[in-house]
Ligand binder design. Structure first.
Ligand SMILES: Nc1ncnc2c1ncn2[C@@H]1O[C@H](COP(=O)(O)OP(=O)(O)OP(=O)(O)O)[C@@H](O)[C@H]1O
Ligand code: SF4
Ligand SMILES: [Mg+2]
Length: 340
């Protein structure tokens, strides 16, 4: 079966200005401030099948949003391929991307920032559909579809003539979902879609997203830093650290038996979802290294309590670790080092 989304070896680097004083140097009689490179995403490979929810988790700055924006082709990837329903979109220009946007839509964390405050809800929801049809869709058809979508996400016809500021946060996210659905997408990229909402409202929006998945067979790349949200919605989970995926596993496997030391540390630090499943807690100290200057070998070695010489010399690759999990850690070869 073709995956709805297949990413292979995805890399995203950003050139940023030099740190003026420490980096200035004179070359051939001229003052030079060299570029510095942020290694935001470093060779990420993932698949999401139709009707599947893959959660991408990790701490702030680990590259989740950059993966989302690169997959949505807001950014052009530095390297790697992105296939949507079998089509490689990594090198496509904006015009060639238009039909792809009918298959793939994004939902953002802050619906208020992503909804035009001067547009009525009916126009916001209809916008992607009008873009797809280059404005040629029949007005009555667009109006009918907009109302049906508003009802589907729990709003009503009376809401169509209001502006975004006249809604609550949860309602605004429902508008964002209706807009994403207007073109009948197959894949939704959702970047922290419930993080700005109260917990009780979060559950309503997550349930709505699950229902829509069941109804339309949607695939989700669902980005969140919140493990309770992951537990609620994900089928599979990919854990990111410093631009690398360090572990990927079915949700229940990941929560019951996390393998990578970073995943174990993340679960140890989170409020217990299933305290009985907590066997070995790991605490890590220190700061996440800068994406401007990646460590050699394993990205997690500067904070890992198990690190040894090999971890600095050789970068571990993501590989099969049993129970459907893939893990990037040298402990797979030397389990005796994994002592409490
Ligand atoms: N446009 C950009 N230019 C330069 N660096 C960037 C840019 N966007 C992101 N970065 C850097 O890339 C890295 C990954 O950032 P990203 O926003 O993807 O993280 P994130 O996991 O989404 O974090 P958060 O949970 O805080 O949203 C960070 O080091 C960030 O500073
Ligand atoms: S490869 Fe080494 S440093 Fe990296 S997570 Fe595994 S044990 Fe820790
Ligand atoms: Mg982000």
């Amino acid at each position: 079966m073709t995956a709805m989304l297949e990413i292979e070896g995805l890399e995203q680097r950003f050139h940023v200005g030099g740190g003026i004083f420490e980096r200035m140097r004179v070359e051939k009689g001229r003052l030079r401030i060299p570029d510095r490179i942020v290694h935001a995403v470093n060779g990420v490979s993932l698949k999401v099948a139709a009707g599947e929810v893959l959660a991408l988790v990790g701490e702030s700055g680990c590259g989740k949003s950059t993966v989302a924006k690169t997959v949505a082709r807001i950014y052009k990837p530095t390297a790697g391929t992105i296939r949507i329903d079998g089509t490689d979109i990594s090198g496509l220009g904006q015009r060639a991307l238009l039909p792809v946007r009918a298959k793939m839509q994004m939902i953002f964390q802050d619906p208020y920032a992503s909804l035009n405050p001067r547009q009525k809800v009916r126009d916001i929801v209809a916008e992607p559909l009008l873009q797809q049809t280059r404005g040629r869709a029949a007005r009555a058809e667009v109006a009918g579809r907009t109302l049906a979508l508003l009802e589907r996400v729990g709003l009503n016809a009376e809401h169509a003539n209001r502006y975004p500021h006249q809604f609550s946060g949860g309602q605004r996210q429902r508008i964002g979902i209706a807009r994403a659905l207007s073109v009948n997408p197959r894949l939704i990229i959702a970047d922290e879609p419930v993080s700005a909402l109260d917990v009780s409202i979060q559950a309503q929006i997550l349930n709505l997203m699950k229902d829509l998945r069941d109804e339309f067979g949607l695939a989700y790349l669902f980005i969140t830093h919140d493990l309770s949200v992951v537990h609620h919605i994900a089928d599979r989970v990919a854990v990111m650290y410093l631009g690398f995926v360090v572990e990927e596993a079915p949700r229940d496997t990941l929560f019951a038996a996390p393998r990578h030391p970073y995943t174990r540390a993340l679960l140890s630090a989170a409020p217990a979802i299933d305290p009985a499943a907590r066997k070995d807690e790991i605490e890590v100290t220190g700061e996440v290294p800068s994406a401007l200057d990646l460590p050699s070998g394993c990205c997690f070695r500067t904070r890992c309590p198990f690190a040894w010489e090999r971890c600095a010399a050789e970068r571990p690759v993501l590989r099969d670790a049993g129970d459907g999990a893939r893990v990037a850690c040298h402990l797979l070869d030397e389990p005796q080092r994994d002592a409490p």
